[in-house]
Ligand binder design. Structure first.
Ligand SMILES: [Zn+2]
Length: 121
């Protein structure tokens, strides 16, 4: 990550308002000459989800967005945390598909706690 990147990751947007605020910031970055570039839509068949991937024009960091909607709070994660998240989701889905929602919830809560601890201290 570099100064042009996002400073904050969102494990969960929780509310539509939070997502809308974030989206304004995202669009501002996309408009900037040296900001983020929309790269492509990627699918994770194991998680049955589609994400938007953005690349920082300065440092090449990858960012992954799952927009907030009625079924999912969504997230915005850098490469490292997205990989952890994605691996966890894939592992859980391979073991027990019917427990996907519980697994995701646990991961969301863990990320929320970790993020909270990082931001607070
Ligand atoms: Zn960057």
């Amino acid at each position: 990550m570099c100064p042009n990147c996002f400073e904050k990751e969102y494990v969960s947007f929780i509310t539509l308002e939070k997502f809308n605020t974030f989206e304004k910031e995202l669009n501002k970055k996309l408009d900037l000459e040296n900001g983020l570039f929309f790269s492509r839509v990627i699918t994770n068949p194991e998680a049955n989800s589609t994400y938007n991937m953005y690349t920082c024009a300065s440092c090449d960091e990858k960012w992954y967005l799952l927009p907030h909607d009625t079924a999912n709070p969504g997230f915005f994660l850098g490469q490292e945390n997205y990989t952890i998240f994605s691996d966890q989701v894939n592992k859980i889905n391979k073991k027990t598909k019917y427990r996907t929602y519980i697994g995701c919830l646990v991961i969301y809560i863990l990320f929320a706690i970790i993020t909270y601890l990082i931001l607070e201290y």
